[in-house]
Ligand binder design. Structure first.
Ligand SMILES: [Zn+2]
Length: 354
């Protein structure tokens, strides 16, 4: 995993027989698979542990919408050009949708919207989170240094945290305007039969598309079949408590019919939405218990608890995601009055049972 993206490879241990996977992998990245009337599936490569992203093409009145873009790389651009010359030959692209602000989902939005001179569709919070995200920081700002002191991060490692702001090469220029998508409203494109849904916790206002008529949900990273999406407190918003919003979003997804066909941002399309929601709830309950057990013995810093939750070597980037995920669980437990955090004399916050 790398850069400002999402899934920690912390996998749950799902009972794979409970989910069904009606499609096999596409033969090649540039050959879209028809997965429903007016819906094509493409799988673009990524040079990380998470080695691909799913993107979708949606038929509307005047052409096709692209949903999620892949990273900006010469390889991704070449695949898109192959798709335009091949599967979409003679067709028109009329817009680009990014489900959320992470680079794998928005990396080529600038390139593709310029290429076709079409609008970018995003939710308000996703567009402005990306616009305002610190870019290419060369030096750790004092606010961030303060954050790393509180979590108990080794002082001599703090400079390495800048890795999470180093993603310039994987994203093309964000278009200077966008069309806002809002949860609960129809997708504002002629001939589109999709309802916009939004979820929180992985990203601030993550867009999903739902067709009740076709029984299809395009879920982005709000619901993945195998890995649990990263639910993280970031250094940019250090007091945040995203886990309760994530769990509330799961509750809303569980209201959709169990036989809904889910097209995720990573992994295979699947059926079994309620089963998957239940697995993810269990995963977070398990993680919360790991944190509680660790803090029952002695008071610990976030950095120390992270090592209990993820007891294996992590690269600099994954460590940031892991620590963010750890903080999300800590802040949730504090908000419920089950843990308390106290700053010690070095300024490190230590957590213990309340
Ligand atoms: Zn993703």
């Amino acid at each position: 995993m790398d850069r400002l993206t999402d899934e920690l490879t912390a996998t749950t241990a799902p009972d794979m027989t409970a989910l069904t996977f009606p499609f096999t992998l596409p033969q090649s990245p540039a050959e879209p698979v028809d997965v429903a009337p007016g819906v094509k599936w493409l799988r673009l490569p990524m040079p990380f542990a998470l080695d691909h992203i799913n993107v979708y093409l949606l038929r509307v009145e005047r052409g096709w919408l692209i949903l999620d873009t892949g990273l900006d790389s010469s390889r991704s651009r070449a695949i898109w050009e192959e798709v335009f010359a091949g599967a979409l030959s003679g067709e028109t692209v009329v817009g680009v949708i990014s489900t959320h602000y992470h680079v794998d989902h928005v990396g080529l939005a600038g390139y593709l919207t310029d290429r076709w001179r079409v609008p970018l569709y995003m939710s308000y919070q996703e567009y402005f989170t990306l616009s305002g995200w610190p870019k290419e920081l060369k030096k750790v700002p004092w606010q961030h240094a303060e954050f790393y002191r509180k979590v108990g991060f080794p002082e001599d490692q703090v400079d390495k945290s800048l890795v999470i702001f180093d993603f310039g090469g994987e994203i093309s220029q964000l278009p200077p305007s966008f069309i806002r998508l809002q949860g609960g409203r129809p997708l504002p494109v002629a001939g589109a039969d999709w309802l916009v849904l939004t979820g929180e916790g992985h990203a601030p206002e993550h867009v999903m598309l739902y067709s009740a008529r076709q029984g299809i949900l395009i879920s982005g990273d709000q619901l993945l079949p195998r890995i649990s999406s990263n639910v993280s407190v970031t250094v940019v918003n250090p007091e945040d408590e995203p886990l309760s919003r994530w769990l509330a979003s799961l509750d809303r997804l569980a209201e959709l019919p169990e036989d809904t066909l889910v097209f995720p941002g990573h992994g295979l399309p699947f059926r079994g939405i309620q089963t998957r929601v239940e697995e993810l709830r269990n995963h977070h309950q398990h993680q919360l218990q790991v944190v509680l057990d660790a803090c029952a013995e002695q008071s610990l810093s976030t950095y120390e608890i992270t090592q209990v939750m993820y007891p294996y070597p992590l690269n600099d980037f994954d460590l940031q995601l892991a620590m963010g995920e750890c903080l999300a669980h800590l802040h949730y437990l504090v908000s419920q009055g089950r843990l308390q955090g106290t700053q010690d004399q070095q300024g490190i916050v230590r957590y213990e049972t309340a």
